[in-house]
Design a protein around this ligand. Structure first.
Ligand code: AMP
Ligand code: GLY
Length: 417
């Protein structure tokens, strides 16, 4: 009997997961809750289920009534809502961390404490609660500029402030601690190329999935505000395999050991955001999930049957992963005004998608069969080919036929440097 998979989430990441899982020989159906109508284009066994990502009871009830074999958690909000805990209580197989282990993403302070215990290199920091305003004010005035301030808790990609001026740092400290009563950490500014590593973890069992680079700023040449991600590439360099080994040995392995010893074993995808500084690799952040948009470009390179991979994950056995010897590039197409005030509600009319391109949908809805942009990041155009330039040619060539009146994208994704 073919297996049934449930993916929790609704964006481009979940679209890419659905496409990858559907390829497994043993999959009969992939359900995505709530999914989006763009995922139904070009897929055969993908179905959307109208259950919001944080409705844990309804998700459990659906998994039970449909006899779902494996559930995979996409976004951090579901982890914070305790979806993994709720599924495990009913003995349902789910890939993701418990709510307490998910604090590796949801609490910057928890993450720093774990890193300290595990001896993982990261930016020096100090934590402040809403009662520590005076101390925080003093601290940001004593640090060299720029000063990095991060709110603890989920901030949806926002909540990280890189302050070039003291007055800015002072204002952020006032706004977060005094006005919004949010705990913060203030940390040392790091410099160097940044990339994301992904692994599938079950306690101390680690399956390394690879490295990708995300382009976080809104505009070309890294100008504009931080976004969820405007493009991505993988591999990042010729040294990805060695870099991956180093990240597992010096970061992921010590972290998973410490999480075990802490009584909060980690399970699920671990996203390690790393900066290669002059003094070595340093962790910028951990996330308790796959990256969006990194997933859309990394998964097509991994040659594996995902259901087999899930079995290896649960049995803590070693899979064989191979990578297509290709470059993968993805350009995010966002609604104008993103990330602050994106325009919404306009119809999308895309030209036919040729075989060398895959489109993954994020912020779309459907009215009478017509796809509408719901704002934010709308869709991602991806390509795998022999090098960056070929991928760029295909992607940007196809985009010339797209009506961009209400949309924008970066033109420098994958420019070799
Ligand atoms: P985060 O949400 O922690 O990933 O931060 C968002 C972005 O801010 C990161 O991807 C980095 O580009 C930047 N950033 C965060 N922390 C630092 C730091 N300590 N030094 C320099 N840049 C940082
Ligand atoms: N692309 C960054 C993230 O998923 O957090």
């Amino acid at each position: 009997m073919g297996k049934k998979i449930l993916i929790i989430g609704s964006g481009g990441r979940e679209h890419a997961l659905a496409v990858a899982f559907e390829k497994s020989a043993s999959v009969a159906a992939v359900y995505v809750a709530p999914g989006n109508p763009g995922m139904l284009l070009g897929t055969e066994s993908v179905h959307c289920v109208p259950i919001p990502t944080t409705e844990t009871d309804a998700l459990v009830a659906f998994a039970q009534s449909e006899a779902i074999d494996y559930t995979f958690v996409g976004p951090e909000v579901a982890i914070e809502a305790g979806v993994v805990d709720a599924f495990r209580e009913k003995n349902l197989l789910i890939i993701g961390p418990t709510k307490v282990a998910g604090q590796i993403e949801t609490s910057k302070i928890f993450a720093k404490v774990m890193m300290e215990k595990a001896g993982i290199p990261t930016a020096g920091y100090q934590a402040f609660s809403e009662h520590d305003y005076k101390a925080a004010h003093h601290y940001v005035n004593a640090l060299p500029l720029p000063v990095v301030i991060k709110e603890s808790g989920l901030a949806g990609g926002k909540g990280v402030y890189i302050c070039e001026e003291r007055t800015h740092a002072e204002r952020i400290v006032r706004e977060t601690l005094l006005a919004r009563k949010r705990a913060i950490i203030v940390e040392e500014f790091l410099e160097g190329p940044e990339f994301s590593h992904f692994s599938l973890v079950n306690g101390e069992h680690i399956i390394s999935l690879g490295i990708a680079r995300d382009y976080k700023r809104a505009f070309d040449l890294d100008k504009g505000l931080n976004t969820g991600g405007m493009g991505a590439i993988a591999p990042v360099s010729l040294e990805d395999a060695q870099l991956s080994d180093e990240i597992v040995a010096t970061i992921v392995r010590p972290l998973t050991k410490t999480m075990m010893e802490n009584g909060t074993p980690y399970t699920g995808i671990l996203y390690t955001g790393v900066m290669a500084t002059k003094t070595g690799l340093k962790v910028i952040e951990f996330n308790a999930r796959f990256g969006d948009p990194e997933t859309q470009i990394l998964l097509p390179l991994i040659e594996v049957d995902w259901l087999d991979l899930f079995k290896h994950h649960f049995n803590q056995t070693e899979p064989t992963l191979t990578y297509l010897p290709l470059q993968s590039v993805g350009v995010m197409i966002a609604a104008k005004g993103y990330p602050e005030k994106p325009v919404t509600g306009f119809a999308l009319h895309l030209p036919e998608v040729p075989p060398n391109i895959t489109v993954y949908y994020s912020g779309v809805s459907s009215v009478n069969g017509q796809l509408l942009a719901t704002g934010g990041r709308v869709f991602m155009v991806t390509c795998q080919d022999e090098n960056l330039d070929r991928c760029r040619e295909h992607i940007y060539g196809w985009l010339e036929g797209v009506d961009m009146e209400n949309l924008f994208c970066r033109s420098d994704i994958g420019v070799s440097n």
